[in-house]
Structure formats: C-alpha cells, structure tokens
Write a protein that binds this ligand. Sequence first.
Ligand code: ZN
Length: 568
Amino acid sequence: MNFKYPSDSDLRRLLRFEPDSGSIWLGERRMVLMHTASLAALRQDLLSSIGPEHTRRILTRMGYASGLGDAEYAKKVRPGQSFQDSFLVGPQLHMLEGAARVTPIKLSLDVPNGKFYGEFRWDHSWEAYAHQQKYGQVDDPVCWTLLGYASGYTSAFMGRLILFKETVCAACGSDHCSIVGRPIEEWPDGEAHRVYFNDESLLEKLDALHLQVEALKSTLEPTGQGQLIGNSPEFRKAYGLLQKVAQTQVAVLLTGETGVGKERFARTLHEHSARADGPFVAVNCAALPAELIEAELFGVEKGAFTGAHASRSGRFERADGGTLLLDEVGELPLAAQAKLLRVLQEGEIERVGGETIRKINVRLVAATNVDLEQAAREGRFRRDLLYRLNVYPIHIPALRNRPGDIVALSEAMLARFCALHNKRLQGFGERALQMLQVHDWPGNVRELENLVERGVILASQGGWIEAEHLFQNQPDTGHTGVDARGQLAQLPSAQEDDLSARILDSGSPIEAIEARVLDLAVQRAGGNLSEAARLLGLSRPQLAYRQKNKQPVQRTSASGSLSPSEPE
Ligand SMILES: [Zn+2]
C-alpha cells in the first residue's frame, strides 16, 4: 500500500501542557505522562498475582478505553475529510502518545456498510519493549494494551466491534509487530475474544444509555423538578433541617443566594409533609406589581377597584390544605406585610373589597435572598412579621460552597435535559467537568442548570458535552504543546495559525507580505506615519527604515489573497 499520513498538526494542537494547573490535556481529555518502567512494574505484578489471562484482559480493556476516547477526535478534528484520513487520526494519535510507530500495510474501510479490513505494522512498541525487559524473549505476542487500543478505536469509528490480533510480535524475537483487524464475526474464533471487551462494548453502552433515557422520560415530572441532590456537609445540614420540620405545621424561612433552589426546597418540604396531597402554591413577591399584590395573595371581590371585573380567589385560598411559598418575601410592600401578619395571626383572610371572613389552613414557607434582619433595622420590613416568619430558618448553601455536589447535580441535570431534548449523550468530557468544578457559580444551581441545558443542546448526538459547549467565548490565546520538531513550544492560537497558513498558501515571498502590511498600516492611519508605526508595534524610525527598503507595491487580488503585482 502506497501511503502517506496527513499532517498531524491538527492532532498536536490538541495536546496542551498546563504545568500551572498540574495537568496535561489531549483536547478535552486529561492525560498523564507515565514512566514505561512503572507500567512494566504494574504488568509484572499483575502477571505474578492474577496470571496471564486476567492480566491480558485488564490491559486489553485499558487500551480499549483509550481507543474509544481517541475515536472522538476522528469525528471532531477532520470533519468533511475522507473516511480514510479521518480514520488515520487513530494511528497518528497512537504514535503521538508514544505507543509505537504505526504503518498501515492494508486498509480498506466502508463505514456506511460496516466493512473493515486492516493490516498494520508496529515498530518500537513500548509494550513489547517493556515486556522483554522483564521476561526476555517470549513465545506469544504481548502488546495487549496497544491491541486493545486498535480494537477500541476502530470499533468506535466503525460503530461495530472490530477485533485486532497480533500476528507477529517484537517480544517474540521479530524486529517489529504486525496486527490484523476485521469485524469480530469474521474471525473463526472471534467469540472467544469477546471476553476482552464484553459488558462494556460501545454499542451495548449506547443501548444502555438509550434505555436509560426512555426510562427517565417516562418518569419525568411535568414541572421538570427533580429530587434534591447533594452529599456535601453544607447540603446535608440544610436537608436534615428540612426533614425534621417537614411533618410539623411550623412556618419555615428559607434563606440563601438567588438561584440556590429555594423553590425546589420548598416543594420537597411540602412533599415530605402531611399536606403532600394538598396543593403547593408558589408566589414570587418581587414579580408582582405592588398594587396587585394584595389582590393576588388574598383574592378580590368584583368591583373592588377598577379592573376587578370578577371575583376571584387569591393564592392563600388556592393553597388551602396545602403549602404556600412566598418567594422573595423581603420585596413585599409594607401595607401587604401588615395584612399578611394579620392572616398569620388569625388564620383567616378577607378578599380585597370583600366582607366575608374565610378560614384558611395553609402552611407558610417564606424565602428570601436579602437579610431580613437588616431590612427590619432599616424599617423596610416589619419586625413582628419577621418574628412570625423566622420561627425555623433553613439556610441553603451557595453552589460554590458545596463543590463536592457539582458533579452529581450536573449528571442529574444532564439526564433530565437529554430526555427533554431527545438527546443521547455519553456524558461530560473531563475538561468540561473540571471547568464546572472550578467555576465560581454566581448564579448558583440555576446557572448550572442553564449551562447544562445549553450543553445538551449544543453537543452532537451520541457525543460528549465538552467545555466549549458549556462555557462559550473562551479566548484561544495559544498554549504550550508539541511543535513539528517534537519540542515543547508555545503554539499560536488557531486563528493565528490560520492566518499564517493563509499567508503561506498565498505563495508570496515574505518581503512582499511585509510591504503590503506596511502599506495597509499607513493607509489605515490616514498617512500619519507615527500612527502607522504604532499600529505595527514599531518605532517611527523603524517604520521609515522598513519603508525605504521595502519591495515594490503589492496588489491584493479580488479574492483578498495576497498576490505579487506585475512590475510597473
Ligand atoms: Zn507486539
């Protein structure tokens, strides 16, 4: 097979070294540089403790998992390119990761029809090398991790289980290894190899996810509200207080920042109470115009004021026998506060413009994100009402104070939004998860919810939610990676790289490009040379010097690319 790899600059770009955060990334996946000697030691321990069969299985599965992970990049990095070039992302990444030098010998793939046949040669397999270091020359092939990788990558790429076998191995005395891959059904003894991949093959995993989504869909509550989720000490404290008070009739005051989920807490309180079969009614006091609040809360009789065309009940009446949540209670005007106090003291209400007294049986839950004590000191909130409401305060912690809960919350939201938006996703990418955990969350659980929903919508069907789907507009300022010579280097951002590539592709000599840039700067500066120098980051004498020595004026072609002009 006469054959040439596409440039791997797109793959090297994925590799980022972040010594400041103590991490290395391949795209969205966290990597680690390990000593092959430590892997060799692990291998030796496994072989002597659990024997070759189990060791082979564990190492194959380890490689298989890496192959599955890298297959993500085949779709992402070379969109719109031939199946073959996309497929070669795998062998090229495997080389970049230091597994071996991979040379395709025969490769034929028909993705739509699921047909695959591949033969590859491996030189310098780290695994053969490590095995030989410990055991010398052996009789059977030993590149289990590498083989697992090839199977995992190709299976994910093809969407069906492709089994690779090693026909020649350097650990057996050859100077290289050879592998052959085809669909598992086409191997006479294929089924016997399934044990290396079973209970977690990609397709089974996708099927399982699909079933999970269907199950979730059928249990979706109409409001989209889920259970309270969390295991951090701060959360458990608040939840414990809630459980203790739920069965009583005591008024509860929920405090906490905006977006921490006060309504969800109130709803859970209601569901755990003896009133669970009664109504749960929530009012946001800040969302109602001041002049309508009393009518909203207590009801109104026809003709009580202009616009009251018909009598109607208020939220208190509607919550009779159940629970009423007054959210942002600190926003209630003083007049409404006075009326609310009377209702709480007497357990009866009177509609606006009405004369009938109605007995009501409502459990009141108030919620606030302002300091009511402070509001009382400033005369904005009645102190006697505060005492009535503040019998049993529960503080709901801000999301940033319960970082241990972020992953569980995100996963639950992911499942819910996948069901809602008909998406089948594999989960969050590692980098996305890391960024979720370090974000400051000024908007708390509500902000997290918005981000996850956006992520679910933006991620591609069957794929992962990556950092870019959650946090948009991340500046690309370049990063430390591996350059074409294999050295660690500061790589330019994708845009800069793009520009350089366009310049290079234009075929213009560098002097011509410089001359064109100088002219453009002078033109943009309206002929002001000092300004032009500033635009270019040069001193005025430097600009003058370059102008004097520049090439003849260049013209820009109609397509906007740089092209040398005819001599004048
Ligand atoms: Zn080998």
